[in-house]
Design a protein around this ligand. Structure first.
Ligand SMILES: Cc1cc2nc3c(=O)[nH]c(=O)nc-3n(C[C@H](O)[C@H](O)[C@H](O)COP(=O)(O)OP(=O)(O)OC[C@H]3O[C@@H](n4cnc5c(N)ncnc54)[C@H](O)[C@@H]3O)c2cc1C
Ligand code: FES
Length: 218
């Protein structure tokens, strides 16, 4: 949970994913959409930010041979990079989708760790035209390995995650999704981020944001 300084506007900290962990630094990848991110974009080196974290859980690294499939939608790709970096020895297949070319992020960083992402944009300005779940469905339909040898990791807009849940049921795939709900406190106290799961209501900031893909009730 991050605020740009000690001003009261915006009053609440905003949730951000950890894009990358380095020895002494963390990196955050953000899209300028509102009050806080507009302040952030004008920050200079050595300016001070206020951060509470890390909070919540992260993507579990599964043991065994299953090949990871990472799917990021828009700015939802942000938390997948450090996972890709951690599990690059498992040769993850990385799908990135966005509305348009400008919103396809950090492909340069992926290429620097040996991953060539499969890209789609809604308007066809980069990669295949259409939503990334269609590209994934096509891939799974014509897969060469036994289908259960894949494990999904995803973050992105709700419609994408919902469609992925259907695909995982259809193709009998296991996996994990990171949810992005509005958050007021980030530490489990306010219940503003609660989602319905097969095991009851859960707080995305505390029990999540990562959940097994089959657990969420859409
Ligand atoms: C777990 C989690 C991880 C996240 N990780 C990232 C990340 O890594 N990178 C990232 O960029 N984002 C991330 N987000 C999203 C980010 O927290 C939000 O986009 C945050 O609200 C941005 O803060 P802001 O003050 O700039 O925008 P806000 O002012 O909060 O605005 C957010 C959105 O609401 C709209 N809005 C604001 N006020 C109004 C209004 N009065 N009427 C209608 N619409 C309005 C804005 O146009 C904008 O689209 C994450 C969210 C979650 C829950
Ligand atoms: S944001 Fe307050 S409980 Fe999750």
């Amino acid at each position: 949970m991050l605020s740009a300084d000690n001003s009261l506007d915006p009053l609440l900290k905003r949730p951000f994913s950890l894009f990358r962990w380095l020895d002494k630094d963390i990196q955050i990848l953000y899209r300028v959409v509102g009050k806080l991110t507009n302040i952030l974009k004008d920050k200079k080196p050595d300016d001070i930010l206020e951060i509470i974290g890390p909070l919540g859980n992260g993507f579990p690294v599964i043991k065994g041979k299953a090949r990871p499939i990472l799917i990021g939608g828009g700015i939802g790709s942000a938390p997948l990079f450090s996972l890709a970096e951690t599990i690059k020895h498992k040769k993850p297949i990385f799908f990135i989708g966005a509305k348009t070319k400008k919103e396809i992020l950090y492909t340069y960083a992926l290429k620097s760790i040996g991953i060539n992402p499969i890209i789609s944009t809604d308007d066809g300005t980069l990669g295949q035209k259409g939503v990334i779940t269609n590209v994934l469905r096509e891939f799974l339909t014509h897969h060469s390995s036994p289908i259960t040898d894949y494990c999904i990791y995803a973050c992105g807009p709700r419609p994408m995650l919902k469609e992925l849940t259907l695909l995982s049921e259809k193709f009998n795939l296991k996996g994990y999704i990171a949810l992005e709900e509005n958050m007021a406190c980030g530490v489990g106290a306010c219940l503003s981020c609660v989602v319905n799961t097969k095991n009851g209501f859960k707080r995305v900031c505390k029990e999540g944001p990562v959940f097994p893909i089959e657990e969420i009730v859409w």
